[in-house]
Design a protein. Sequence first.
Length: 464
Amino acid sequence: MTGNGHDRMAPARTRRPDKWAAVSDAEWDDWRWQLSNRLNSCAELAEVIHLTPDEEAGLRAEGKFRVDITPYFASLIDPDDPDCPVRQQVIPRAGELEGFEAMMRDSLAEDEHSPVPGLVHRYPDRVLMLVTTQCASYCRYCTRSRIVGDPHATFSRQQHDAQIDYIRRTPQVRDVLLSGGDPLTLPHKVLDDLLRRLRDIPHVEIIRIGSRVPVFLPQRITDELVTMLRQYHPLWMNIHVNHPKEITPELGRACAKLADAGIPLGNQSVLLAGVNDHPDTIKKLCHELVKIRVRPYYLYQCDLVQGSGHFRTTIAAGLEIMEALRGHTSGYAIPLYIVDLPGGGGKVPVLPNYLISQSPDRAVFRNFEGYISTYVQPTDYKRPRRTRWTAEPTEEPGQKGVSSLLSGEGMTIKPEGWTGTHMRGRAVEEWVNEHDTPEKIDPAPNAQVASGGNGHTPVWQQVN
Ligand code: SF4
C-alpha cells in the first residue's frame, strides 16, 4: 500500500474508471495529460460518478468557486456513494454558496497583512509567499477561494520580484513559506528561479512549500522536479491529506521520492464534517501518513469562509479527536489541533486540559486513561539568567506579546482604545501623571496616538 517497498502485495496503481480504460499508462502518468484532462462539468463528471440532484445543482450554480478535478483524483471517488470523503472535498453541493453567521471573505485577514501583493507578513520571523492562484484540483472549503482559481489572475513576474525584494530588505524573515494556490503547479523554470532567488538571500534560513499536488496529481512529483528541489535545502514540504482514502500507492511513491531527496514531509488536514470528523478516521489517517514518511503536523478547524459552512464542526469535535489520539498512539502520529483565529489573530493550538491543578511546589496532571499523578517541583528554582551560552534574542518588533510580560519587558497589553476609554475625557498629561504606566515612563516612542471619539481625547493604542 505504501509504494515504498514495505508492502509488496499492494496494488501498484489505483483502479481507473472505465472512461479512461483506453488511456495508456504513459499518458496517465504524465502530469500534463492529467491537468489537460481535468473534469469540471456535470456532463464530464456524470461519465464517472452517479451525481445526486444536490451535486448537479452545485455544479450548475452561477458564481461558484472553480471546479476542476484531475482524472487521478476523480478515480478515487466512490461513484455510487455521495458520502464518499474524496467526493465531498471536490464536488460542489447546492448549499455551498449559502452564507452563515460570521462568514468572511478573508477570515484570516491575510490581505491586511500584505506589505506587497501576495506576500503575507503576519508573524515576526516568517512570511507566506503566494506565488500562484492555480491548483491541480479545487477544494470546496478553500480558505483562499477569494483569490484562488481565477485562470486570468495569477501572480506576475513583477509581483514575484516585489515579494522577493521585501524579503531581501527584511532581515527578520528567516523562514519563507511558498503557497498559493499550489506552487507545484508553476512551470518548472519559474519555481526553480523563485527558489534560487530566495536561497540567495543570506537571512532566509529555511524554505517551505505547501502543496496538495502530491495528493491531487502525484504524477507531477517527477525525478526532474525532485532533482531541482533538492538543490535548495533546507527545504521542507507540507502536503494536505484529509482522509485515509487519499493515501494510495501513487501518493506513497510521490512521498518516497520527496523524502528520499531529504525533504521532510508534514501533513495539514482540515477537520471537515462528514469527511474526517470521527476520531477513528483521523487516527487511521495519521497512521497511514506515518507509514509513507509524512508527519501529521496540523489538524485545522475550518475557517469562516464561503464554501465551508456545511463542513464546519464544533471545537468540541476537534478536542474529542485529540483526546482519542494522545496516549492512544505514538506522538509522531499526533498533529496539533489548530484554530486560525478569525480577523488575523494567527494560529493557536487547542488541546484537552491535562494540567488539572497546581500549588507552588506541585502540579497535578491527568493522563489519557484518567490516571491522576503529581509532579513535585523544585522550590529553589530561579528564573533562567543570561550567560555567554544563552542564544541571542531574535528581533520581533512590536510582536513580543505575552512572552514579553513573562520576561519583564512589559507589564500590560491593552485592547485598542483601552487607555482612551479610561482617561474619561481628561488631558493626556493629567492622566499619565496619575497612573503608574509604561506611558508615564516613555509615552512618546511606544504609543501610537489617534484622535478619540470626542475629537480631542487621544486614543492610545497597543503599548509594547
Ligand atoms: S489545494 Fe489549497 S489552495 Fe488549492 S483549492 Fe485546495 S485548499 Fe485551496
